[in-house]
Design a protein around this ligand. Structure first.
Ligand SMILES: [Zn+2]
Length: 131
């Protein structure tokens, strides 16, 4: 992944992290932008406070669906930021393959490629990751 791309994802992740830290108890039916062609549940989305974010990182099509709890999501975000620091961001933790950029745009803290995520979901090896 290019450094500029990684910077953009880091910005997004940092914005998500500060929102999770500052506003973990408020839930709202606000989606961050429109969905592409990937179906994402609308039942649980995160509150959006664009003024607090103050960043154009969210202008990309990007929807956060909270299938895990905020704490779990925060943990995933922290791990993703770690991977950016170690420059392994965008690499699947299971198979070492490349995580599609489209998947990362929809789910910036994804740690596995879509194929591994589906496998893990099927085996219930670890908590489900939203797609
Ligand atoms: Zn994989």
């Amino acid at each position: 992944m290019k450094a500029a791309e990684m910077r953009a994802f880091r910005k997004t992740l940092e914005a998500v992290r500060s929102r999770l830290r500052g506003d973990v108890s408020t839930m709202a039916d606000a989606a961050l932008g429109r969905n592409g062609d990937e179906p994402v549940g609308h039942a649980s989305t995160m509150p959006v406070h664009m003024a607090d974010i103050g960043s154009d990182a969210f202008e990309q099509e990007f929807t956060l669906s909270l299938m895990a709890s905020e704490e779990d999501t925060l943990e995933l975000v922290e791990q993703a930021l770690d991977r950016i620091r170690q420059k392994t961001y965008g690499t699947c933790e299971e198979c070492g393959g490349v995580i599609a950029k489209k998947r990362l745009e929809a789910l910036p803290y994804a740690s596995t490629c879509i194929r591994c995520a589906e496998k893990l979901e099927a085996s219930s090896f670890r908590p489900r990751q939203p797609r």
